[in-house]
Design a protein around this ligand. Structure first.
Ligand SMILES: O=C(O)C(=O)C[C@]1(C(=O)O)C=C[C@@H](O)C=C1
Length: 279
């Protein structure tokens, strides 16, 4: 694994409360760091905008349930730069108040992603899911309710922090459940050995424009690792595309590709060139 640069004396923002997967991802990437937490994903972007934090950490994609669309839209809306990524293994657990048994649980709080990632277990045990803003907040809410019928789907760290029992460990549908988070800041930070590039672009509404973009990438022998299309807010039936490529900005194949893509796109924004992280 490539060592991350030391960023000391900085403040990092994440969504949720301590014990959330976002806070775990933040600590894995930054180590011990000053942090601030916010109720909503957009609050993290606003905090970066008004200078309350130096970096933000948000989830972008889960290996079993796919894109976390809100954060793609926020990255498109706020013109910040991706400086890194962190993928973590997400073990979801059924948590309950002390002394509760699995069979007591009738409803659970969790983030919509936590409920989706454990849908098979919840259906098999006829447990009703109740959405809340974050998995760790779900644990905090279950602890406050002190009702053996009310549990939470969250991490074991959240169980410890909010004094809950783990009634069923690792109940995620997919045993290789990972979530990829991005680390973003106000300025680009290009590292000489960076190997992942993220772009956002819009296209001319003409025959074959997306094909031309793919062709340019392919003809420069660049590996495209992700493409997401999302509706452009305010322009019905128009889309923006988010693309991740393998590469470094000092490589002429990349500079030529970016220059050529300008011919086929109506806007093209480089979000960052950073270290990729394989699971
Ligand atoms: O960070 C948390 O704990 C969250 O509740 C958020 C979130 C998400 O939005 O995907 C983070 C990682 C997991 O995929 C489940 C939930």
């Amino acid at each position: 694994m490539i060592a991350q640069p030391q960023r000391t004396g900085v403040t990092v923002g994440y969504q949720g409360v301590p014990g959330s997967f976002s806070s775990q991802a933040m600590h894995q990437w930054f180590g011990q760091v000053e942090s601030r937490n916010y109720p909503k994903f957009e609050d993290v972007f606003l905090a970066l905008q008004n200078g309350a934090i130096d970096y933000g950490v948000v989830p972008m994609e889960n290996s079993s349930t796919g894109a976390i669309n809100d954060n793609y839209d926020l990255i498109n809306k706020y013109h910040f730069f991706i400086v890194g990524e962190q993928s973590i293994y997400i073990a979801q657990n059924l948590l309950g108040v002390k002394g509760a048994k699995l069979n007591d649980i009738k409803e659970v709080y969790s983030h919509p992603q936590g409920l989706l990632q454990t849908s098979q277990f919840l259906a098999a045990h006829q447990i009703q899911g109740k959405e809340c803003l974050n998995t760790a907040l779900a644990a905090k809410m279950a602890a406050e309710r002190q009702d053996p019928a009310v549990g939470a789907i969250a991490s074991t760290e959240a169980a410890k922090l909010y004094d809950l029992d783990v009634l069923a460990p690792s109940i995620e549908n997919d045993k290789s459940n990972h979530t990829r988070f991005i680390i973003f800041g106000r300025a680009p930070e290009v590292l000489p050995d960076a190997d992942r590039i993220s772009l956002i672009f819009t296209l001319k509404n003409e025959v074959g424009t997306l094909y031309e973009v793919m062709r340019v990438i392919k003809e420069h022998a660049i590996n495209m690792v992700r493409i997401e299309s999302r509706p452009l807010l305010g322009n019905p039936w128009e889309y923006y595309f988010y693309v991740d490529l393998d590469g470094n900005l000092a490589d002429p194949r990349i500079t030529e590709t970016l220059a050529e893509l300008k011919n086929y796109t109506t806007s093209l924004r480089l979000l960052g060139n950073y270290h990729r992280q394989e699971n």
